[in-house]
Design a protein around this ligand. Structure first.
Ligand SMILES: [Zn+2]
Length: 311
């Protein structure tokens, strides 16, 4: 577990040095100790983000400990570090009114620093209504906001929230290593690689998919497909960020792919960050349109014909 923490700290340092801070972090600690580490590291990260000594941050990737922001953060009185947590303990104790309170202040500019940090503690206790209310803010946060989420078990938070964040797991035991070494073939694996590769014939892929999708009359299958595609893109983005890092295989927690194989590596070269974000946004829109658009066939055709413009 110690090494997990060290790796997380090292990555965060690199992010601070390069001033490339993602909009959302998740620290997962499935055991008590892991949970504790999650709140410790959130604190370190929040302090580094609000520290105003840019030269120090660029050089060391951490807070200086001496500027006005650092001193306030140390005393837990920094106005731009906002902690949101449940009133009580136990599942569903993190109510939607707490989330609304958070969202209400979200668009107010930071006070002392350039960035506001929202630490959301123990998200596993947040009600689904609360998570849904928060979702939009995490998807499209104001440019000056960073979310730091701690959770005991990532399975307890919405997939859509997870897919927007960089996730670190702070527990590491033998069973997770075993899980990782097991090769799993993701659903729609070949098709998704095909879609994302440069010169594939989109019409053939569409025909293959439509045969499968329209066996069923509901939209569940096509929604699943879009979600897999979103997760695959999120993996490519994470892989891009961590590719240069020495211990990268331990760092990247994939949502869709099982590991950083040669195909994924190829895609990280093929896709710029901008292209990944554009495509993710497009998929998001098509998913949303499914709610309004009764004709799922039209949705899929139009999605595939739009892919031509992306590559
Ligand atoms: Zn400082």
């Amino acid at each position: 577990m110690g090494s997990q923490l060290k790796i997380a700290k090292d990555i965060i340092k690199e992010m601070i040095k390069s001033d490339k801070i993602p909009g959302a972090f998740i620290f997962e600690g499935t055991q008590n100790a892991g949970n504790y580490l999650g709140s410790e590291i959130s604190c370190i990260l929040a302090k580094s983000i609000v520290c105003q000594n840019t030269n120090h941050k660029r050089k060391y990737g951490e807070s200086c400990g001496a500027c006005e922001s650092c001193l306030k953060a140390e005393k837990n009185i920094h106005p731009d570090i906002i902690v949101s947590e449940a009133d009580g303990d136990g599942s569903l104790s993190f109510h939607i009114d707490k989330v609304r309170e958070l969202i209400n202040g979200l668009y107010l500019a930071p006070n002392d620093s350039d960035t506001k940090v929202y630490i959301i503690k123990d998200m596993q206790n947040m009600t689904p209504q609360g998570q849904n209310a928060l979702l939009k803010s995490i998807e499209e946060p104001p440019p000056f906001v960073v979310f730091i989420i701690t959770v005991t078990d990532c399975d307890l938070i919405l997939e859509t929230v997870k897919s927007r964040a960089v996730k670190f797991t702070l527990d590491y035991n033998n069973s997770t290593i075993d899980d990782k070494s097991e090769i799993k073939i993701p659903e729609y694996g070949d098709i998704i690689l095909d879609i994302l590769s440069e010169n594939s014939d989109k019409l053939t892929i569409y025909q293959k998919l439509s045969a499968k999708f329209f066996e069923k009359t509901d939209k569940s299958e096509i929604l699943r497909f879009y979600s897999h595609l979103e997760n695959a893109l999120r993996d490519i983005l994470i892989a891009k960020i961590f590719m240069t890092y020495e211990n990268k295989n331990e760092l990247i927690s994939f949502l869709y792919f099982s590991d950083l194989n040669s195909e994924v590596k190829k895609l990280t070269n093929l896709y710029s960050t901008k292209k990944i974000l554009n495509l993710s946004k497009k998929i998001h829109e098509y998913k949303a349109n499914l709610d309004y658009n009764i004709n799922t066939r039209l949705n899929l055709i139009s999605f595939f014909s739009s892919l031509g413009n992306l590559t």
